[in-house]
Design a protein. Sequence first.
Length: 114
Amino acid sequence: MNHKVRNTVFLFLAIIGLSGCIRTPEWTLFYYAEEAKTPQNPLQAEYIAGYYDTIDQCQAKAKGMLRLSGKNIPNMEMDADSLENATAIPVAIDKGYQCKQLCQVNDDNAIICQ
């Protein structure tokens, strides 16, 4: 294999390999359980506690943070089948966190999620 073809193949493989590293997580964790009361607008940058590929990962992180903070929150999650058939994902405002999907910042610098 000549030098030019080998470099082209290497570049192609590198691009494919790096594409997995730059994938945008789909779920954003907004965590505000440490607040004295539920904030008026919990979808603010100051409450972002992480980004996750799945809702299960997001909820697991939130539950772990609640457990570490000493909060005892009942299990109110949706299973995968319910999640796929849901038209709107119930939020966990009373739990002190929310896992929101596909969040972006709009022109007014507000966070908008689906």
